[in-house]
Design a protein around this ligand. Structure first.
Ligand SMILES: Nc1ncnc2c1ncn2[C@@H]1O[C@H](COP(=O)(O)OP(=O)(O)O)[C@@H](O)[C@H]1O
Ligand SMILES: [Mg+2]
Length: 261
């Protein structure tokens, strides 16, 4: 898999800066104010290595999506600092954040989020079109062949299965060669067999293309595809596993429950 010269340089810079694609320091998030305020995250310190597949796990309401949104520049932290490579997000204004998301971040969501009126090809090319960049036809062909959707490029989302739609969404996320792909419950709407295919493709994008992936999930089997699993509980980091297996993840989650009782 080929990556652009600009990306090689950026990755080299990130590696020189400690090898972290994403870093949070003292990251806290409170929704709302006064009596109705909800504290979703407490002073999170975490970093994600370049070229790793990381999972963020935890029970429903533990702050996984909030953490991902703050790391990806989709939402702003209440306190603390966030960096994408050596770019500090917490210093950027809305326009700069929009450009950063467009040019340097890929997203995969539980509900696929494809534009229904566009074909698969148009969906895949959309982020680059918006960024004023010319999609490389060779890369599009390589990605869609690897992802098994090369024969679906003229179809609209309604004409594809859920698994096909999610594979198109992965192609869209990878197409612009982002620094990081963030995935929020990417298998949440898929049956387990189709979900396994999607997880396998995410893992391949890390192993074969050197992609950095950060995936939010509450599913121990999904998390076991990752190189590393960070656990959240009630808005706090509560564990970190490397080379996880479903059994080790379940055991760690059980310990979290026991501590919380
Ligand atoms: N937009 C919001 N406004 C108010 N509270 C929110 C909002 N989004 C999330 N929360 C609250 O923040 C906490 C963490 O939510 P979330 O990050 O969605 O958790 P998870 O993704 O782990 O299920 C929960 O208590 C949730 O109710
Ligand atoms: Mg969530």
């Amino acid at each position: 898999m080929s990556v652009s010269v600009a990306t090689e340089k950026r990755r080299a810079g990130v590696l020189a800066a400690g090898g972290h694609a994403v870093t949070a320091s003292g990251l806290g998030k409170v929704y709302g104010t006064g009596a109705t305020a909800v504290r979703a995250l407490y002073e999170i310190d975490i970093a994600f290595e370049v070229g790793q597949f990381s999972a963020i796990m935890g029970p429903s309401g533990s702050g996984k999506s909030t953490l991902m949104h703050c790391l990806a520049g989709l939402d702003t932290a209440t306190v603390g600092r966030v960096w994408l490579g050596d770019t500090e997000l917490t210093h950027l204004d809305d326009t700069e954040l929009t450009l950063l998301r467009r040019n340097r971040v890929g997203f995969i969501f539980q509900s696929f989020n494809l534009i229904p009126t566009l074909t698969a090809r148009q969906n895949i090319e959309l982020p680059m079109d918006l960024a004023g960049r010319r999609p490389d036809p060779d890369r599009l062909a390589e990605l869609t062949t690897t992802l098994g959707v090369a024969d679906r490029l003229d179809h609209r989302p309604a004409e594809m299965s859920g698994g096909q739609q999610q594979r198109v969404a992965i192609a869209r996320a990878l197409m612009a060669d982002p620094d990081v792909v963030f995935a929020d419950e990417p298998t949440g709407n898929l049956d387990s067999r189709t979900g396994a295919q999607v997880l396998d493709l995410l893992r391949r994008s890390v192993r074969e293309f050197g992609q950095t992936v950060v995936m939010v999930t509450h599913d121990p089997v999904a998390a076991s595809y990752a190189d590393r699993v960070a656990m959240l509980s009630d808005g706090r980091l509560a564990g970190d596993l490397t080379d996880p297996t479903p059994d080790r993840i379940r055991a760690a989650l059980d310990r979290l429950w026991e501590c919380g009782q």
